[in-house]
Ligand binder design. Sequence first.
Ligand SMILES: Cc1cc2nc3c(=O)[nH]c(=O)nc-3n(C[C@H](O)[C@H](O)[C@H](O)COP(=O)(O)O)c2cc1C
Length: 140
Amino acid sequence: MLEPLVIVVPNRVHKEEIDDGKKKVTVFFGTQTGIAERFAKTPVEEAKTRYEKVVFKVIDLDDHAGDDEYEEKLKKESLAFFFLSTYGDGEPAYNAARFYKWFTGGDTKGEWLNKLQYGVFCLENRQYEHFNMVTVDMTL
Ligand SMILES: Cc1cc2nc3c(=O)[nH]c(=O)nc-3n(C[C@H](O)[C@H](O)[C@H](O)COP(=O)(O)O)c2cc1C
């Protein structure tokens, strides 16, 4: 059974940094069959009607950047959400594979990550041994 679960990483962003009149929310998705994409787009459509001054973007993780560009791109975000599914031996969907490898890789990510407020919405299934592994890795 699909059990959506949201893990919000504690806010390390100063309020004034995101409340500057140019609020931007970026929603990334990693999906195999389109479920995570639908889950990502639905709340954004709702939020757009409520927060007209906020700029919302929904982005396929594979389209976002090349391996060496993720850091530069993510540095420009202040509030991001990731909608990610888990497959196989705890792997991400194909379109999230490059990003996941980079994000969870051993290299130091820098201070920018501490400033990024992000939440991870998990698409998973408890019947699998590697339940929810992608999200666990993303939030460690
Ligand atoms: C072949 C297959 C393998 C899966 N493996 C896992 C898994 O290891 N861990 C998990 O938590 N969920 C697993 N799932 C559940 C999926 O993550 C879940 O169905 C999710 O909603 C798929 O979303 P997507 O279509 O957006 O990729 C698996 C599903 C399938 C069909």
